[in-house]
Design a protein around this ligand. Sequence first.
Ligand code: XMP
Length: 517
Amino acid sequence: RIIIVDFGSQYTQLIARRVREAGVYCEIWPWDNCEDALNSQKPRGIILSGGPETVTGDNPPRAPEQVFNMGVPVLGICYGMQTMAAQLGGEVASSAKHEYGYAQVRARGHSKLLVDIEDHVTEEGYGLLDVWMSHGDRVETLPPGFSVIAETDNAPLAGIADESRGFYGLQFHPEVTHTTQGKRIIGRFLHEICGCESLWTPDNIIEDSISAIQEQVGEGKVLLGLSGGVDSSVVAALLHRAIGDRLTCIFVDNGLLRLDEGDQVMATFARHMGVKVIRVDAEQRFLDALKGETDPEKKRKIIGNMFIDIFEEEAAKIKDVDFLAQGTIYPDVIESAGAKSGKAHVIKSHHNVGGLPDYMKLKLVEPLKELFKDEVREIGVKLGLPSEMVYRHPFPGPGLGVRILGEVKKEYADILRQADNIYIEELYNFKLYDEVSQAFAVFLPVRSVGVVGDARRYEYVITLRAVKTVDFMTAHIGHLPWEFLEKVSSRIINEVSGVSRVAYDISSKPPATIEWE
Ligand code: XMP
């Protein structure tokens, strides 16, 4: 395995994903809390990430000295290269010209890391790489034992290496796709320099997870809150493989799901896979609890608390449960580590499964907690889940509750379900579903005038939302073609009674959020 020492770059998770895509398991540890992991995990190689700080400032973040004494190869990227150079006796200075964006790097010499990897070849026979740069500082003087392996006009030391110790530094970012040969460079470091094999594959992940679950759970019984979302669905499939009917799932239908969603969940898990699923039809209880409430955050709390109440009631009916399974994934683990240091900023109370009260004393099973979302999806498909379920856009825990503005009523939810279904169906028909990151309809409880034949209509408004985003923290609007929007609008107005007008939301995030509430 590989350990990535994180200096806070926005690309650190991307480095980890590239390493995993190359078939090598890796973990991310913060620079000031990685020593135990380095000692206990005995990595085959270490990657030092980029970061926002400057090596030339006071008290810059440093890699623990042991990184350079463990006898394993080290790859420093951007800040990682600079701190490596500074710590090993080189010099780093602020560069007069900041480089940000595309650059072309000339390979020098025949370093193990870059030899025969190139986008172009110069007349003199040097390899040229198209890369993504983003830095203000640059290495000025090589540390003892190092030589130059790549240069640009602005950074004569854009790549450095001490081949005898297996230490490499790159000023550019091989992990971003703009660096076209990035995958090969990372693969070269992992496979040829560190000697890692490609063992991190979906089949092996499944096999290892199953043994780990069997070992942890023994003969115990496990309870899982199944929502139909990707993560809990994959947990259900994995646990079912590992422990069969010692898994019981509780699926709470809160009446705020998409069209036929509850039936689909039951068909997939209960009928098709033979998973034990208890479906609780709780629509009326949720509607009663939400009656008269218009405040978005209060609506979220009501929905979240009601879910916990119902889950507990159902759980209490099941005897001798020992474990509670949860669909925590690796980015949640990294994020909550960040949240402890006060970095996370709460804009909406994202209220998923709130966990169970202490008195239930259940131990947690979290089989996805080392996996990125794309890995969860891949193993989901391998486990036999329908790819439409696995590749579905995210759906918020409070469901349609935050897509019906203001007070939630059954009449509104029924209208919204039909409109949303038409929208999504047409996105698939036009092959646009995978072109956007999230798309959904929103119900506006205001009336607008329309005409049908000679009759005047005075009915509700539906808004369509589609965004493109990588991390859901910022988002651009989806550029859906007019003819598509026209088709959806005409179908919704003609097929869904109670709607007289369809609008398209053209707000980016920020300042607008993705959901309307
Ligand atoms: P916003 O609206 O904050 O949404 O831009 C960002 C992403 O989070 C989802 N979202 C939620 N998910 N409970 C959830 O589980 C919530 O209360 C919630 N609110 C927003 C939203 O769908 C988008 O993917």
